[in-house]
Design a protein around this ligand. Sequence first.
Ligand code: GLU
Length: 434
Amino acid sequence: MNNPHTNAIKQLEKVAKVLRPEYEDKRLFDKAINKLKKPDKIIEGTVRIKMDNGSTKIFKAFRSQHNNSVGPYKGGIRFHKNVSKEEVMALSTWMTWKCSVTGIPYGGAKGGVIVDPKKLSKTELERLSRAYARLIAPHIGPWVDVPAPDVNTTGEIMAWMVDEYEKTAKKRYKTLLENPVATFTGKPLLLGGSKGRTEATGLGGFYILEQLVKKLKLSPGETRIAIQGFGNVGYWFSHYAHAAGYKIVALSDSRGGVYNEKGLNPDKVLVCKQKGGTIGDCNCTDKSCSNKGTRITNVKLLELDVDILAPAALENVINIKNAKNVKAKVVLELANGPTTPEADEVLSKNRIIVIPDVLANAGGVTVSYFEWTQNLQGYYWEKELVLKRLKNLMDEAFLRMWDLKTKAKVTARVATYMSAVKKVVDTMILRGSI
Ligand code: GLU
């Protein structure tokens, strides 16, 4: 099994080799890199909840705070049966680079609970969310660590967590010294959420796609896209890409997918799926929806001969076993950590461009930043403004990466990491904190 934190360290070591010659004080640089190989702090504990049938269940939970040189720790909370300490450590490291890539003033963090939330009732899910918020409450705050949704967590879950956090903060400080609403992002609009946050990650990925397609001199109509994963990110990305005229030839969720070379309409696929079907039964084009004969497995989807392959689900799906079979021209990493370092080498040898996760999916945390600033100001923006500012930051980050990639003749991942890691290391040096 691939250890995601080992992968995160390998990626860092690779870019450290490229950056090292730039630094006069090698000892200081090495010290900074070594510090970045481990999170600053890991909160590890258990959450105990009452189940609806009166029994008690205990779940293992984590929050990894990787680095806060640039600003407060920032990152989502994941509810999944495969969550592990190593996974949240890796994901928190990637958050540090992700925030650095678009230039937002945060460090990196990530939390998680080992649980299959689909097996919980809504009341159990609420109790779990509140118990988790109590566990991390002493370690978070608007200027300390700002959690958000991630895999299987939603705005509603953030609302429960804000409420619980507020109670514990009142107890601790007797009075409220801070705005508890600014401690979480990805909240529902009624509770201080930002317009545009729901679609932000997928839309940010779409903005990157548009820039990339310009550079590659492709046109939307002739660009075929396969997307693995039809959660929040996969759906919104496919929605915007389809609306702009790209051809979505394959979509899938954890149970498998659907393929149609003429192009699918993701909004119709969503409606079909919500009616209780599996995606494989939702062969929906613009004109019609049928359930005949175009199922595709997740394995086959990754190996389709398409222009853009967008893994938008979980880690390590492109690994040493299947990397040689990937035929896409570009891999646009909408999930966190979908490609292992070994697979990355294979893709690079095969001249496949990989737009890394920390750039391609940075849209979510970027609008989280806008949400946080709106909460701190108590002044809320129009959706147009949110989306315009998101587009600006995504476009700039992409163009910075592309420029460096061309000048330094490195892969898109190395170029992205070069500026992201350099900024964090330079901030650490500037502070004199190493
Ligand atoms: N979970 C999202 C990510 O991995 C968003 C994090 C955030 O908004 O803080 O980027």
